[in-house]
Design a protein around this ligand. Structure first.
Ligand code: A2P
Length: 332
């Protein structure tokens, strides 16, 4: 029989895309359980032409569930993922709760699908900024090891959830109407502004998001030596993350070689039209599953010819979250 699938956080920004990906990819689902907080219990969600009634997430929610896709925040995952595993489900978790645990595979299918089989009940979906960077860097790293990586992000509202997306729209409207707006979800004014990522600054001077990119890259590439520097910034874009990336390889590498490695790479689409000045944009990345890659050029600050710069964009809610998780579920 087809698996029973539970969506934890079904009413959220990622939750809605879990359901969308299951539908568009024709994921074989016997029964879909939509789980959220008590606030949403009793409301309905459309799924394959029918209405699914949302249930409150409780310790009893996972009976008979084969696969549970979690995106309701780290504390919900910490509490309920082990309960789901005990009930016999395999969990694909979108939070950061389990990513760095040794017996939890951290998977981007284009890179390390082979790790899925090592799971002990939980598989972690990487951070969205990590996924966006690593999908196009992997073919390069495999061919000519990347020693050092500098990433600057331009991250969308969607990464902070549906309420943050609404805050971007509402505060922009208020701004244009000359009305005051008090931010409720994000720590700073969002309309016509940008700010350092809203995760806390740690002792290193790096914020939580930046640290995730650094440590997750090492785990996914299985390369503890790769040197990573990240600057993560929230920009007033609704749902796709962009990133400026410069990498230094062990052996010399040209932009032409990078282009050749990426042209047929899985999960990558080249958008690199110098003549038209047309490069990856969040508006083009939104609603599709590839990481768009362009601005492929020599890093002129490294005359030795070991370094290349690129600019990328990917849908945070799809490849950065729901699509990656559903791809993992398909391989399960
Ligand atoms: P709800 O809509 O009932 O609050 P987002 O990432 O877009 O902010 O979405 C968060 C998701 O997590 C929503 O589906 C939300 O459900 C769910 N959620 C938040 N708190 C809880 C909770 N205590 N129990 C179950 N689901 C929760």
């Amino acid at each position: 029989a087809n698996p029973t699938v539970a969506i934890v956080g079904a009413t959220g920004a990622v939750g809605a895309e879990f359901i969308g990906c299951i539908e568009t990819r024709n994921f074989p689902v016997g029964k879909l359980k939509a789980l959220a907080s008590a606030r949403s219990a009793g409301k309905t969600l459309p799924f394959r032409g029918q209405q699914v009634v949302i249930e409150e997430l409780t310790e009893a929610s996972f009976e008979g569930v084969d696969i549970a896709l979690f995106s309701a925040g780290g504390s919900i995952s910490k509490k309920f993922a082990p309960i789901a595993v005990k009930a016999g489900a395999v969990v694909v978790d979108n939070s950061s709760a389990f990513r760095m645990l040794e017996d939890v595979p951290l998977v981007i299918p284009e890179i390390n699908a082979n790790r899925i089989k090592d799971h002990k009940g939980i598989i972690a979906n990487p951070n969205c900024a990590t996924i966006t960077a690593l999908v196009p860097l992997w073919p390069v790293h495999k061919k000519n090891r990347i020693k050092r990586l500098i990433i600057s992000t331009y991250q969308a509202a969607s990464g902070a959830g549906a309420a943050a997306m609404a805050e971007l729209a509402d505060s922009t409207k208020a701004y244009l109407e000359g009305k005051p707006y008090e931010p409720k979800v994000l720590p700073h004014p969002y309309a016509f502004n940008l700010f350092s990522h809203n995760t806390a600054i740690e002792e290193t001077g790096y914020n939580g998001e930046e640290t995730k990119v650094i440590i997750e890259t090492r785990k996914i590439f299985e390369d503890q030596q790769i040197a990573v520097n990240a600057t993560c910034v929230r920009v007033p874009v609704l749902r796709a993350h962009s990133e400026s990336i410069t990498f230094e390889c062990e052996a010399p590498i040209t932009p032409e070689e990078v282009r050749a490695l990426l042209i047929d790479a899985p999960g990558v689409k080249l958008v690199d039209d110098r003549e038209k000045n047309y490069f990856p944009m969040p508006i083009d990345a939104s609603g599709q599953g590839d990481v768009l890659v362009g601005r492929i050029r020599k890093d002129l600050s490294d005359p030795s010819g070991h370094s290349v710069s690129i600019f990328v964009a990917a849908d945070q809610l799809l490849k950065g979250a729901a699509l990656n998780a559903v791809q993992i579920a398909e391989l399960l």
